[in-house]
Design a binder for this molecule. Structure first.
Ligand SMILES: NC(=O)c1ccc[n+]([C@@H]2O[C@H](COP(=O)([O-])OP(=O)(O)OC[C@H]3O[C@@H](n4cnc5c(N)ncnc54)[C@H](OP(=O)(O)O)[C@@H]3O)[C@@H](O)[C@H]2O)c1
Length: 306
């Protein structure tokens, strides 16, 4: 089966037979299309989200559209750090390897509240969850190297700010404000991660998918916001299979060897934010994130000098 996607100059015919890929937030939208694309290339694909019924439906859809039966659905709720830790334990103990991690989970319009982990729910779902997942999976990715991590960010990051005092406080920002802060933190931690893992054989990239035809605003209580913004995405967004090709391209194409730590849009390097050049800020984002998600001494591969 041809796996070449000719939507954009992201076209690549790389196959992934024998490889294992994990796509988070793959029950709908972009993540579902990324998982289908990777499955068409022959990878074993693990999909992870919080809702078992939606996971089961997504798994069937991926199998039907790709003809690849090797698809595993595994529950993980980003509102709970212990759910992420138990997901990692299961994955590391049951999978032979991990070649690709696509951090795609994201949400907007969630209730303005703290999680049981004392982090703002918007920050945890859009940033801290992926940070912890990636941190915990890094030794496994390294053991499978060359391997790649792709962090799905957003153009919204240019409106974001990093305010360590307030980024987890309730009532400080609108939902969109927390979202932009989280997407900025995701890109800054990508820059910092590259420095910390250089030479490991694991590459890490961030990307701006642009607008996509998903129902991303479905979590808003306000029906008007839901309807108007989802209609705008349907009208102005790009087809999701096309958006997915960008993440897949970064995850598989040989062209990106040596490009680790960079930010991409439309299959090319893209301006992220001048804050990426602030080495003190990227270092602090990384160190504060580690503290807030409570990386333990046993989990701390930096401390343990991998
Ligand atoms: N659509 C756009 O225009 C756009 C623009 C810029 C960036 N993005 C980014 O693209 C990514 C994909 O978004 P999308 O547009 O495809 O939206 P989507 O269809 O709403 O997909 C979001 C995915 O995240 C999962 N998710 C949400 N909260 C979760 C939680 N607490 N725990 C586990 N999984 C959770 C959802 O799973 P369940 O609800 O099934 O659990 C779903 O699979 C996000 O990171 C988003 O920020 C999208």
């Amino acid at each position: 089966m041809s796996v070449r996607d000719d939507f954009t100059d992201c076209a690549t015919d790389v196959r992934l037979d024998g490889k294992v890929a994990l796509v988070t937030g793959a029950t709908s939208g972009t993540g579902l299309e990324i998982a289908k694309n990777l499955a068409r290339r022959g990878a074993r694909v693990i999909i992870a989200s919080r809702n078992p019924a939606r996971l089961a439906d997504a798994r069937n859809t991926i199998i039907q559209s790709s003809g690849n039966q090797n698809v595993e659905a595994r529950q993980m709720d980003f509102e709970s750090l212990s759910s992420i830790r138990s997901f990692v334990d299961t994955t590391v103990s049951s999978e032979p390897r991990l070649d690709i991690l696509i951090n795609n989970i994201g949400a907007i319009g969630l209730e303005d509240k703290l999680t049981q982990d004392n982090l703002h729910v918007m920050m945890q779902v859009n940033y801290f969850g992926s940070f912890l997942l990636t941190y915990l999976l890094f030794p496994f990715l390294r053991a499978s190297a060359p391997s790649r991590v792709v962090n799905v960010s957003s153009l919204g990051l240019i409106l974001g700010s990093i305010d360590f005092e307030n980024w987890n406080k309730v009532g400080q920002y609108s939902s969109f404000g927390y979202y932009c802060n989280a997407k900025l933190a995701s890109v800054l931690s990508t820059v910092e991660m590259e420095k910390r893992i250089r030479g490991s054989g694991v590459s890490v990239y961030s990307m701006d998918p642009g607008l996509g035809k998903s129902e991303f605003f479905r979590n808003y209580d306000n029906q008007l916001i839901q309807t108007v913004f989802n209609a705008a995405l349907k009208k102005f967004g790009r087809p999701l299979p096309r958006v997915a090709t960008m993440a897949v391209f970064l995850a598989v194409d040989p062209k990106f060897e040596g490009e680790s730590g960079k930010h991409f849009r439309d299959c090319h390097e893209f301006y992220s934010t001048w804050l990426s050049n602030d080495t003190v800020l990227t270092r602090d984002v990384w160190d504060v994130s580690k503290r807030l998600v409570r990386v333990s001494p046993e989990e701390d591969w930096e401390f343990n000098r991998y």
